[in-house]
Design a protein around this ligand. Structure first.
Ligand code: EPU
Length: 346
């Protein structure tokens, strides 16, 4: 018996990816398709074009640097839908399809009055990308609110569920960036949010910003507004100037190296970690090497946040990559610390 196809899969050919990466890099992909439903995804997984080409799934394109054209198929995740799955007196389980825009999910949870996502306001990208690198900001990481996720095993085509432990979250890390890299497509993410929110306003400038904005009450709405203000003041808006947020991860060094550097640079900021190592802000290291606000051709390090590399308009990906490598080299020479990209480079 022959099965008839439910959808006609609509592949576009020779498509520019400029609108699909927040760096605004103009490269081309041989094939491009948007996936609007699970059924469409499963149909794609048996399609000849998918089976015979290199492929790449993208969400919001906010953590990507393209250095060349992609000779394969780019699959844009457009799976939408947010539901409340379960609730008790304390909490709710909020389920979101992976193609939802992260910040829209945050705003929805705040408007419903559930706490947990307010510190993660305005992070670019989609819900499906959030567990990939355990997104984090202002003292909160995705793992703090994570319940589970559903993902398709691309080899077996089975849907698997991952709980918190199975995701092996670390600082900007998860199993999906390591052992299981390229093996799964995340379909949906479930978060546990609180009906009686616990406010976390101790990080950085949150309290002073709340004060400046005249907000007296520590509510999730106010904390979210303060974080939106801090982020919009410090981080360039990708719609105005191409960027992918922090380009490098903050490096971790051991106690010996920390003591040596601290005696030479007493003003060096640092955070003591549970494993007795120290995390050093990459932004500070980069600034000390003289890169902050420096422009090289069409790209540079941002004037207000040295860790954010920006495209002034017409940069190509290899220009940005070569700037990143020069920055990495000078930090290594000055501090003997190898800073590693946070952004995925293709
Ligand atoms: N600093 C500098 N120069 C700068 C900017 C900052 O010396 O140009 C110093 C500051 O003095 C401060 C320290 O660096 O002591 C930390 O700066 P900030 O609070 O801005 O945070 P960050 O460590 O640079 C991290 C995340 C951001 C997140 C912020 C806020 C990473 C790689 N980045 O940046 O995440 O928004 O904390 O929590 O962990 C992203 O991942 O794309 C991202 C923007």
């Amino acid at each position: 018996m022959q099965f008839c196809k439910l959808f006609m899969l609509h592949f576009q050919e020779n498509v520019s990816l400029k609108a699909y990466n927040t760096f605004g890099i103009d490269v081309k992909t041989s094939y491009f398709i948007e996936i609007n439903s699970e059924t469409m995804l499963f149909e794609l997984l048996s399609d000849e074009i998918y089976l015979s080409h290199a492929y790449m799934f993208i969400g919001g394109g906010s953590n990507l640097l393209f250095t060349k054209d992609f000779d394969g198929l780019v699959i844009k995740n457009n799976l939408k839908g947010i539901t409340i799955d379960e609730q008790d007196d304390e909490s709710i389980l909020l389920n979101s399809q992976s193609g939802e825009v992260w910040h829209e999910l945050v705003l929805k949870s705040i408007s419903l009055g559930y706490g947990g996502l307010e510190n993660l306001s305005l992070i670019p990208g989609t819900v499906g990308a959030a567990p990939m690198q355990n997104i984090g900001a202002y003292g909160v990481e995705l793992k703090d609110v994570f319940h589970s996720l559903k993902a398709v095993n691309l080899k077996t085509k089975e849907i698997e569920t991952f709980n918190l432990e199975q995701c092996r979250f670390g600082y900007r890390e998860s199993i999906f960036k390591k052992e299981a890299k390229g093996q799964y497509f995340i379909l949906s993410v479930t978060l546990r949010l609180l009906k009686h929110p616990k406010i976390n306003a101790s990080y950085g400038a949150i309290l002073t910003t709340l004060d400046e904005m005249g907000f007296r009450d520590l509510t999730i709405q106010n904390v979210s507004k303060a974080i939106i203000k801090i982020r919009s003041t410090k981080l360039p808006d990708p719609k105005q100037i191409g960027n992918a947020g922090s380009f490098f991860k903050n490096p971790e060094i051991d106690e010996d190296q920390y003591q040596t550097l601290k005696s030479e640079y007493p003003q060096m900021p640092s955070y003591l970690l549970e494993n007795a190592n120290y995390k050093i802000p990459a932004a500070w290291l980069i600034e000390q090497c003289g890169w902050k606000g420096k422009r090289i051709g069409n790209c540079g390090s941002h004037q207000d946040q040295a860790l954010v590399l920006v495209n002034y308009g017409n940069a190509n990906g290899s220009e940005v990559y070569s700037l990143a490598m020069d920055i990495q080299k000078s930090v290594k020479e000055k501090f003997n610390i190898l800073i590693q990209p946070e952004v995925n480079i293709y």
